[in-house]
Design a protein around this ligand. Structure first.
Ligand code: BGC
Length: 433
């Protein structure tokens, strides 16, 4: 375990943006017109989202909570399937809802960063083939052309898409490239209506060969890095779209379509040449148990990966658009925040232009097929929807107030470091609550 009690005092530059992030489907509840909701109802996803955090109804209280916790910024997503539940039918009340949410944030001095697509979209769009469907980009464009001018007076930053870069599947090319073009088109539409900076949130995966000396693992770690990270950086920088098994193309709309790099960073990943899908067994902490069950039980603290991401992105300002940890023992979250902020500071000392940090997540929420991984600064009781800030929320509030932290602040919130015996996930244990 890192000796966080001996971290030096760390200060961030004036104006550094501190906030947290959520996504509509994971917090709002009753997202009934989305493709994910249909999958959940059809039993294709084990645990449905249901009311999630009931945020769609409780958003006023959640804005007040953000203010109480001292957040200066908030990354949230708007739900296309609420605003356009049927092809061409615009629900003005749903658009008004988001305007009201943004206006309330602004009135509280919280700067909104708006994500326009975070995994979910209307079921009708999915039925037409989604982003990969021929000619379907026009539906997304139509949505943005109408929504962006309404939201732009209240929006301080835009995130066109969230994490479309992740897949390493051999057939992942067409959808990824379609989404890359959707990102670029979105970028140019927003630029016509808003002066706020525009980016897309990139899930940075730090790849390592599963066996450090194995030549094939090493090659495939580089390859997986290209599929998930480099193809995107290269395309945005040059306009040249290079993806395996696809003829290269040049797209001038893609070139330069990013005012900042949005980095979502969580963990490293092993590339294993002897596994279908490339993904090897994640590195497992033997000394720490962050979460008792499920695939995320093996998550670890690896802040060096954040530095590695930042080192590759020197050509634009950077916002950390997500970073967080699923854990039952909130003390790990405090350690994790401290270590990742120390890593950020180190990269900034070495020249990186990092402008802000959005912690994932403001509150415990629906983690796509489970409510078990608790990522929140704020605890949510999923029966009563009661919100209760955890100690990490107050630690983070104090970091924001001081624009930094030191060992003294850590000691205020952590009497001792969490050391929990290893709890290896075994057969028959599932992630479902
Ligand atoms: C996604 C979030 C997700 C988080 C934690 C990110 O990949 O953008 O939707 O909840 O990671 O797993």
């Amino acid at each position: 375990m890192y000796d966080v009690f001996n971290l030096p005092d760390i200060a961030f530059p004036a104006g550094f943006l501190w906030g947290s992030a959520t996504a509509a489907h994971q917090v709002e509840g009753d997202n009934v017109h989305s493709q994910r909701w249909a999958d959940e109802q059809a039993g294709r996803i084990a645990v449905p989202s249901g009311k999630a955090c009931d945020h769609y109804r409780r958003y006023r209280g959640d804005v007040a909570l953000l203010a109480r916790l001292g957040h200066g910024a908030y990354r949230m997503s708007v739900e296309w399937s609420r605003i356009e539940p049927e092809n061409g039918r615009w629900d003005e009340a749903a658009a008004d809802h988001y305007v009201d949410l943004l206006e309330r944030l602004k009135n509280r001095g919280i700067r909104p960063f708006v994500t326009l697509h975070h995994v979910t979209h209307p079921l009708w769009f999915e039925k037409l083939g989604g982003f990969a469907g021929r000619g379907n980009l026009r539906y997304f464009e139509r949505f943005l052309e109408r929504l962006v001018p309404r939201l732009s007076p209240f929006t301080d930053g835009w995130i066109v898409l969230n994490e479309f870069n992740l897949s390493t599947a051999p057939d992942s090319g067409p959808l990824k490239l379609a989404m890359l073009r959707a990102h670029a088109r979105g970028y140019h539409i927003i630029k016509r209506h808003s002066k706020a900076p525009v980016g897309t949130a990139h899930a940075y995966i730090h790849w390592l060969p599963a066996r450090c000396h194995d030549p094939l693992d090493r090659v495939l770690a580089r390859y997986a890095d290209f599929l998930t990270n480099e193809f995107f950086f290269h395309a945005v920088r040059t306009g040249e779209i290079v993806y395996p098994h696809t003829d290269a193309a040049y797209d001038r709309e893609v070139k330069g379509s990013m005012d900042f790099w949005g980095v979502n960073y969580y963990h490293r990943q092993m590339a294993d040449a002897r596994r279908a899908g490339l993904r090897g067994t994640p590195f497992r902490h033997t000394q720490l148990t962050l979460l008792r069950e499920g695939p995320m039980a093996v998550r670890e603290l690896y802040p060096e990966g954040l530095i590695a991401a930042i080192e590759r992105l020197g050509d634009r300002p950077i916002y950390i658009t997500e970073n967080g940890l699923p854990c039952e023992d909130d003390r790990f979250r405090i350690v994790s925040i401290a270590l990742h902020l120390a890593a950020l500071r180190e990269a900034m000392d070495r020249g990186a232009d990092v402008r802000g940090y959005f912690h994932w997540s403001l509150m415990d929420n629906y983690e796509w097929d489970s409510f078990a991984p608790r990522f929140g600064l704020v605890h949510v009781d999923f029966r009563t929807f009661q919100r209760t800030p955890k100690p990490s929320a107050y630690f983070y509030r104090d970091v924001i107030r001081r624009n930094g932290f030191g060992a003294g602040l850590l000691k205020k919130y952590l009497r001792e470091l969490p050391t929990v015996a290893a709890w290896p996930p075994g057969p028959g244990r599932s992630a479902r609550p």
